[in-house]
Design a protein around this ligand. Sequence first.
Ligand code: 6PG
Length: 256
Amino acid sequence: MKQPEVRVFEDKNQLSLAGAELVCRSANSAAGERGAFTLLLAGGGTPRALYELLAGESFSGRMPWSATVLFWGDERFVPPEHPESNFRAARLAMIARAPLPPENVHPVPTADYPDAPSAALAYDSTLREYFRKSENTIKTSTGNFPRFDLVLLGMGADGHTASLFPGSSALREDSRLAVAVDAPRGYRTAERVSVTLPVLSGAATVLFMVTGSEKRPALSAVLGDPGQARRKYPAAMVRPHSGRLIWYLDREADVT
Ligand code: 6PG
């Protein structure tokens, strides 16, 4: 695996601008090469400013929206219009404002299934079907996995990413693409669906966006001693097989 690329920005706004620029460049490169750009969206609060920028006047005209295909790295098992929904956050910030073909938007189907396990099974099939057709996959010792052009991720103060939390059995999943997980006590919306580590590590490029001083302890371990951190922090377990691993930090989170 290549060395991670780390950039530190003065504040969240500068980080989001740089993130939007990276998304735009990746999108045009992928769309130019293959006619499609597959983007895995991060949940949580950090990426919202980036989503708003992409659909705003500085970037929207540069984005190949008709070739852009969206999936989610994780979702809380709530209706799509619930305040906790990652789909709702991206819809309000970006999807409702961009000329994206509806068939290119693949949220976790939380409204169509009675529970997270059945929604996870359905999402697993959606991912397999899309990437089987696109033939944009990466072969590993445990199977063929989607090769997302770009995966956006955040990191919690406990080192979780997507909805892969420390100590979760989901971290050992090496064949399924999406699983149901329970967030630890104290997290809003315990029932979740998350893509698995093989999906995250299959990407051509992974961009972590991390802001805030509360992330420093976990970040110090993940960037300072990745070998050791991989035993505990899910964010350290994301290791692109043949892709780029990029960390965008704001000054408050900076541990470099
Ligand atoms: C979620 C996210 C989660 C998030 C981190 C960081 O659904 O909550 O997928 O992994 O990225 O918790 O969240 P912030 O960006 O809000 O700090």
